[in-house]
Design a protein around this ligand. Structure first.
Ligand code: G4P
Length: 528
């Protein structure tokens, strides 16, 4: 296969949902139907997955997929698919935001009984900021569900987008009979065969074949369906691929991930409607995926993925060309030629060292501490620097202090390494070393993650005192913070690069600082 053919068959998408809507189950079924795993249940362990509340694996939702295998690749019908998993909880929205930077589209999983939930709302906003196509999978039709018209109406009103149901459910819960495929104008009947763990194909039946329909779903369901389809054909949006590609129209699919129902039809339509890898904006120009030269950016860094090796993996999204193992590439921010060592991909649940990868793919490389989020790696001569990935300002702060002076080194090492990953912010206070730090996070659950990781990965316990601060600003220019007139509550901190910042408990404190120090200039956190 040529390089262009390889790139053309790539599809890279993120999967988002409120916890429990069925994201893990659906992902697992994708792998099952792609032939990457033999039977469902092997990606995610069962009861053993229930960890204590403090367990960050549990917090990040079933580490089996959310963390360790945050990127999965599998083949389906000639396509090479990369799924990016995102943590379900809003406290990890920064991680999700970055992950979405690496995706060309998103699949939003919704529980048919619940509709839009708080986290769906938040994640959707992040997708909308990226202007990427959003596909909706309404799950759990085998249970009592809300009226499908009402669900679509909710999506349209809340998210301000159009919806296009690709298929339509026939009943729900105990009377769930299957779905009607609007393009093929036939039904896909649900049978008990779906309840197993194997892959099954639905039974197709033409909508005009009344006798057979009555046999499959019963006269009552058939009559209701015909009525609903008539209504749908007049009331719903027209299909418009351009609107789909710009995230203005969401194709909607109904199914039941747990029951292997609707997976294949979803994959088939989805793969046709999504695009091959999209161009990426760099500061110098827009990079086309089919360009000869290799280019990629780092969107996630994760330490200690492999407990035996205590390694740090940087995840790169390839934006153009072909990656080859052993070749030298240029790390733009480090201004150095590098060889990416141990390039790996997740194939189902196995991490594999790879020799080559193409635009659209995600690769994990060993990071000896040289990468930061947003860094560019490219073939010599590409001359591109990808635009920065915006960061979210921390909104919760705490003072964290080590308690065991024998473990001073481990404490400093853990804090430094976790800070380098970029999701949890670690600051020091002027004159203080690394034995007492100020931690800033976007969501409070990240405090639990920090505590759990410091203990399990670095063997360190600490005490934590919450601070009432909520706002953070950089101090612009060369100002000595000791010369500033500040309200008592305002604190001065320093980031790992030695830049000075102020943290505040409220807006009026910022106004006070600016008024009393006319030469003081403050910058928003995300701009630095
Ligand atoms: P998440 O990753 O979005 O958090 O959701 P996950 O797939 O873990 O699914 C949450 C629960 O919903 C699981 O049940 C799962 O089995 C169930 N589920 C997923 N899809 C369907 C569906 O189509 N129909 C029905 N009825 N249930 C579905 P659980 O009891 O929490 O866990 P488990 O013991 O089954 O793993």
């Amino acid at each position: 296969m040529t390089q262009n053919e390889e790139i053309k068959r790539r599809r890279t998408f993120a999967i988002i949902s409120h916890p429990d809507a069925g994201k893990t189950t659906l992902t697992e079924k994708f792998l099952l139907y792609g032939g990457a795993i033999q039977s469902a249940g092997s990606v995610k362990g069962k009861a053993s997955d229930k960890h204590a509340a403090s367990d960050w694996m549990e917090i990040e939702k079933k580490r089996g997929i959310s963390v360790t295998s945050s990127v999965l690749q599998f083949e389906y019908d000639g396509y090479c698919i990369n799924i990016l998993d995102t943590p379900g909880h809003q406290d990890f929205s920064e991680d999700t935001y970055r992950t979405l930077m690496a995706a060309d589209s998103a699949v939003m999983v919704i529980d048919a009984a619940k509709g839009i939930e708080p986290q769906t709302r938040k994640l959707f906003k992040v997708c909308a900021m990226r202007d990427i196509p959003i596909f909706t999978f309404i799950n759990k039709l085998d249970r009592e569900a809300r009226d499908p018209f009402e669900l679509l109406d909710e999506l349209e009103k809340e998210f301000g987008i159009g919806t296009y149901p690709v298929n339509w459910p026939i009943g729900c819960g105990k009377s769930f009979k299957g779905v009607y495929d609007r393009q093929k104008r036939c039904i896909d009947a649900f049978s008990d065969a779906h309840r197993g763990r194997e892959r099954v194909r639905g039974i197709a039946c033409d909508i005009e074949d009344t006798a057979r329909l009555d046999e499959l779903i019963g006269e009552y369901s058939r009559a209701a369906l015909v009525e609903q389809i008539e209504l749908l054909d007049v009331a719903s949006y027209e299909f418009d691929i351009d609107a789909v590609r710009h995230g203005k129209l969401s194709p909607v699919f109904f199914g039941s991930a747990l029951n292997n129902f609707g997976i294949e039809p979803f994959l088939e339509s989805f793969l046709k409607m999504t695009t091959a890898p999209l161009p990426h904006a760099a500061k110098e120009r827009t990079v086309d995926p089919f360009e000869e030269g290799f280019s990629a950016f780092v969107f996630k860094i994760q330490a200690n993925m492999n407990r035996a090796h205590r390694d740090r993996i940087a995840f790169l999204r390839i934006c153009s060309g072909k990656f080859e193992r052993g070749k030298e590439y240029y790390h733009v921010q480090g201004k150095k030629s590098i060889k990416l060592s141990q390039p790996q991909q997740m194939m189902a649940e196995v991490r594999e060292v790879i020799d080559e990868a193409y635009a659209g793919d995600i690769i994990g490389v060993f990071d000896p501490g040289i990468f930061s989020i947003g860094d560019t790696v490219a073939s010599g001569g590409m001359g591109v620097t990808f635009s920065d990935i915006p960061t979210l300002a921390p909104e919760h702060f705490a003072i964290v202090e080590q308690i065991d002076s024998m473990k001073r080194k481990q404490f400093a090492k853990g804090m430094t390494q976790i800070a380098q990953e970029g999701a949890i912010r670690i600051f020091t206070e002027p004159g203080m070393g690394l034995e007492r730090v100020v931690v800033g996070v976007v969501g409070v659950l990240q405090f639990d993650v920090l505590e759990f990781r410091m203990e399990s990965e670095y063997g360190v316990k600490y005490i934590k005192r919450d601070l009432p601060h909520q706002l953070i600003r950089y101090i612009v220019g060369d100002v000595n913070p000791a010369d500033l007139k500040l309200m008592q509550a305002t604190r001065v901190v320093e980031d790992m690069q030695g830049r000075r910042l102020l943290i505040f408990t409220a807006d009026y404190e910022i106004r006070w600082a600016l008024e009393k120090n006319p030469s003081l200039e403050l910058a928003e956190f995300h701009t630095m």
